[in-house]
Design a protein around this ligand. Structure first.
Ligand SMILES: NC(=O)c1ccc[n+]([C@@H]2O[C@H](COP(=O)([O-])OP(=O)(O)OC[C@H]3O[C@@H](n4cnc5c(N)ncnc54)[C@H](O)[C@@H]3O)[C@@H](O)[C@H]2O)c1
Ligand SMILES: O=C(O)C(=O)C[C@@H](O)[C@H](O)[C@H](O)COP(=O)(O)O
Ligand SMILES: [Zn+2]
Length: 378
């Protein structure tokens, strides 16, 4: 057992993908020992850390020290925080900085931040010199339970969310729950939406556990956080192992996202609506739409909404500040969704809590009528 294995409250979740398999290391205080995980992957003692200004201010020095303790020199590339950084412009800037830092094909990049940094740095790694390997050190709840796992990387386009990207798996994921202590409460809640998603899409027992444990997770109880993160990572790892490139079952991880991404796009990827908040509203909409289509028992969407509201998440589009475009525009945006086939919309709908399914060829008029009614309410 390595020193790291012996660390208190440390768990490992494997992601089984043949020669691209990797481990997710979950624990408290792992950042200070990150060099132990990173060093064996390096061909020479040099790396680039991609991060954002907020993460750099709070945690970069700890990571740099942890790498230096293993003799690793690092160059930090600090990007602006926020969803707007997932852009062509910032991708180009990042790639040039990685080249300027002398990152070679066999070097490794470290993505140190939330989902924005993971998606951007992961995509830069996928295309730099036709592919450089990278390691994820996620710093938000959202990135610890979702975006650091599974290899989806990319940026947004004026046409929609994540429309430019690549599948590029990390070599390892290092998840330190202590990093969540500096995360703003709004961001913590946004990440919680993706935790709840795993219960809602395929594990009613986990959702029931969350209904009781949410206050502990939100106030920082280590055991509750580690359990929630481990369960989430296990659920995602299993789905990704089955369907890495989303030809089938992986689409379930998109529960709430067709609605949510349209809202994110319509609000200009701004602070008006965080990704997890869009997912929260979108999951409630997915359950309400399922009820309306008589797929799901009445009252299910209310139960989902009650739970998400209890952690401070928005559950209805009317809670988004400012004007929204009309429903027809939202449907127009949804046509760019990557799950669409032959111009027909695909949604993740549900028969009950924990029983999501992929609904292809959803009637656009049904969606439009639903949105028109839903947006009028409250
Ligand atoms: N690739 C995937 O599978 C996948 C999955 C889910 C979401 N995503 C993407 O992830 C993005 C959202 O990620 P996010 O919610 O992590 O947002 P984010 O990366 O923007 O981080 C949220 C905010 O918290 C700050 N921050 C991060 N860690 C911090 C810390 N420890 N202490 C203090 N501040 C900290 C950041 O600077 C930022 O301001 C979206 O672009 C979404 O599309 C991708
Ligand atoms: O990993 C996946 O697969 C997901 O769908 C996870 C989502 O939470 C995440 O937001 C993802 O980036 C959405 O992917 P997209 O293909 O709909 O852009
Ligand atoms: Zn998501």
């Amino acid at each position: 057992m390595s020193d790291l294995n012996a660390a208190e409250r440390r768990e490992t979740v494997p992601v089984s993908l043949g020669d691209r398999s990797y481990d997710i290391h979950i624990g408290e205080g792992l950042l200070a020992r990150a060099g132990e995980v990173v060093a064996p992957f390096l061909k020479r003692p040099l790396t680039a850390i991609v991060t954002d200004q907020n993460v750099a201010a709070a945690h970069l020095a700890t990571l740099e020290r942890a790498l230096a303790a293993k003799g690793i020199r690092s160059t930090a590339i600090v990007m602006p925080p926020g969803e707007k950084t997932k852009s062509y412009q910032h991708l180009a800037e990042l790639c040039d900085k990685l080249l300027a830092a002398g990152i070679e094909r066999r070097d490794r990049i470290i993505a140190f931040g939330g989902g924005v940094i993971g998606d951007l740095a992961g995509f830069a790694a996928a295309i730099l010199r036709r592919g450089v390997d990278f390691i994820q050190i996620p710093t938000t709840l959202l990135s610890q339970v979702d975006s650091s796992v599974g290899g989806k990387t990319g940026i947004n386009s004026p046409y929609g969310k994540n429309l430019i990207g690549a599948f590029h798996q990390p070599l390892a994921v290092i998840t330190d729950i202590a990093l969540l202590d500096t995360l703003p409460k709004r961001e913590l809640a946004a990440g919680y939406a993706e935790v709840a998603k795993y219960g809602l899409l395929g594990d009613a027992d986990f959702f029931e556990w969350l209904e009781g444990a949410a206050p502990a997770i939100m106030r920082g109880d280590s055991q509750a956080r580690i359990h929630a993160i481990r369960k989430s990572c296990e659920a995602k790892a299993q789905i990704v192992a089955e369907d890495e490139h989303e030809t089938g079952v992986r689409a379930l991880l998109n529960l709430g996202h067709t609605f949510g991404h349209a809202l994110e796009s319509a609000t200009g990827y701004s602070q008006r609506l965080l990704h997890g908040e869009g997912v929260s509203i979108g999951m409630v909409q997915a359950f309400r739409f399922s009820e309306r289509q008589k797929l799901c028992p009445p009252g299910t969407a209310d139960r989902v909404a009650r739970h998400l509201k209890s952690v401070g998440l928005p559950i209805h589009a009317s809670q988004i500040p400012g004007e929204l475009p009309p429903p027809a525009t939202l449907v127009e945006i949804m046509r760019q969704d990557k799950k669409a086939q032959g111009g027909k919309l695909t949604f993740i709908l549900a028969r009950d809590i924990g029983e999501a399914f992929i609904a292809r060829d959803v009637n656009e008029h049904d969606v439009l009528n639903f949105l028109t009614e839903d947006l009028r309410q409250r």
